[in-house]
Design a protein around this ligand. Structure first.
Ligand code: ADP
Ligand code: ADP
Length: 225
């Protein structure tokens, strides 16, 4: 599995320094949570890894290769968003297969792969529905399947559970954790919830004021003086 490494990564928006020379080597095939208060630079960091935001300075390595200047689809990363961002007029299966259509794969191949992904997230029976015929938790699993169909080395999740009610949130935690283990790829999950990070993470990276304040296994980070 390819390892993700940030090397002195900086993001500036005008005069605002959102991320200030952060370096971190993520544990391969691990579940990492990026934790910290609002405005500390978590989303900017995730968006730079995904390629949705340019890097002002520094490098992002995946398997030793600098991916920081590649287009999002060329990086080996995939991102799942808070608001799911599903296409309302496309069926669930077509939503999942969307990126393959962009890559020019034929319809039979797309639908077969979409079926596999829907099975993975336990939605096999719902491929023909439209997104608004699904519950919030189901829509979120569609968004997961859509990100995973590209077979990324790294899955990036920006506050993926914050739109769910408390009951579903706890259930989805377990599902995310299980999926990460099954797939053996690296997850980097942004949250501002300590309990969420503790429940999910192999590794916690704590950001504050644009820098990494602390990083390590969950029990070490929360027991630190
Ligand atoms: P977090 O995800 O931890 O809430 P962000 O990465 O969203 O932090 O934001 C870090 C800082 O960068 C904040 O001061 C925020 O206002 C600023 N920022 C984020 N995105 C932009 C943007 N597109 N333009 C200008 N400033 C931004
Ligand atoms: P989150 O709360 O999930 O970290 P934000 O509210 O910080 O997200 O950002 C949502 C969107 O607004 C992002 O696209 C970000 O780039 C933009 N944004 C955030 N802060 C600023 C800012 N100070 N000026 C301009 N755009 C911003």
């Amino acid at each position: 599995r390819k390892e993700l490494e940030l090397v002195s990564v900086t993001k500036r928006y005008g005069t605002t320094v959102a991320v200030n020379k952060i370096s971190h080597h993520f544990q391969p095939s691990g579940y990492a949570c990026l934790l910290g208060p609002s405005g500390c630079g978590k989303s900017s960091t995730l968006r730079m890894i995904a390629g949705h935001e340019s890097v002002t300075d520094g490098a992002i390595l995946l398997g030793g290769t600098d991916i920081s200047h590649l287009a999002p689809a060329q990086r080996g990363t995939a991102m799942m968003f808070q608001n799911y961002a599903l296409f309302p007029h496309l069926s669930v299966a077509e939503n999942v297969a969307f990126s393959l259509k962009m890559k020019g794969e034929d319809k039979a191949q797309r639908l077969s792969k979409a079926g596999e992904m829907l099975e993975l997230v336990d939605l096999s029976a719902l491929g023909d529905r439209l997104p608004d015929q699904l519950s919030g938790g189901q829509q979120q699993r569609v968004a997961l399947a859509r990100a995973l169909i590209t077979r990324p080395d790294v899955l990036l999740l920006d506050e993926p559970l914050s739109a769910l009610d408390p009951f579903l949130r706890v259930r989805m935690r377990g599902e995310l954790r299980k999926l990460q283990r099954e797939l053996g790829i690296s997850f980097v999950h942004v949250t501002h919830g300590q309990d969420e990070a503790l429940a999910l993470a192999d590794e916690i990276v704590v950001m504050n004021n644009a820098v990494i304040e602390q990083a390590g296994p969950a029990r070490d980070v929360f027991n630190a003086p």
